[in-house]
Ligand binder design. Structure first.
Ligand code: AR6
Length: 177
């Protein structure tokens, strides 16, 4: 049984098996969640990302995909890096890519044997996706995964940075039932 929960807080402080990072295709760091994860997790994460680039992702990680590294000094054991799409109104293909971020991240989590996973609101910061729309896509997708697979993951915890984003997620949760 996969439970979907949500909290307001900082994803780098979550005591879970894996945290999902809203990365970019370079995997070499950035601002927002990505910056916070690398800052708090320390250089081991960047070293692992560089190694992944050298071994498997010479051209970078494609949008909608996910890949795991160590979590360095974070309380979590793994960071699952995913690349969200930049928002562009009227391009439905991008919603599918955003959904793919959650599906792929949870698939990787299951492969790792993670039981608890913290996820941010991918694409809703620097990539500009409106929170309510992104929340609908994120929650629907995770609900589908929860119903459709035999995953070892028992908790998917949405971690919303601000009170406003948290309230929007809660209202979408009520809306979706
Ligand atoms: N914990 C939880 N949520 C956070 C945290 C945190 N510590 N910090 C920010 N957020 P963003 P994106 C929220 O910009 O839109 C980077 O440069 C934030 O309020 O982190 O997918 C990457 O390298 C927002 O709601 O990710 C990429 O280049 C959400 O996390 C680009 O940004 C996502 O915001 C990715 O942009």
């Amino acid at each position: 049984m996969m439970e979907i929960t949500s909290v307001q807080g900082d994803i780098t402080e979550q005591a879970v098996d894996a945290v999902v990072n809203a990365a970019n295709s370079s995997l070499l760091g950035g601002g927002g969640v990505d910056g916070a994860i690398h800052r708090k997790g320390g250089p081991e994460i960047l070293a692992a990302c560089r190694a992944l680039r050298a071994s498997h992702y010479g051209k970078g990680l494609a949008t909608g995909r996910a890949v795991a590294t160590t979590a360095g000094r974070l309380p979590a054991r793994w960071v699952i890096h995913t690349v969200g799409p930049r928002y562009a109104a009227g391009e439905p293909g991008r919603a599918e890519l955003l959904a793919s971020c959650y599906r792929e991240s949870l698939r990787v989590a299951d492969e790792l044997g993670a039981r608890t996973v913290a996820v941010p609101a991918v694409s809703t910061g620097i990539y500009g996706w409106p929170v309510r729309d992104a929340a609908r896509i994120a929650l629907r997708t995770v609900q589908e995964v929860a119903l459709g697979t035999e995953s070892q993951v028992v908790e998917v915890r949405f971690v919303l940075f601000g009170g406003e984003a948290f309230e929007v997620f809660e209202s979408v949760r009520r809306e979706l039932g």
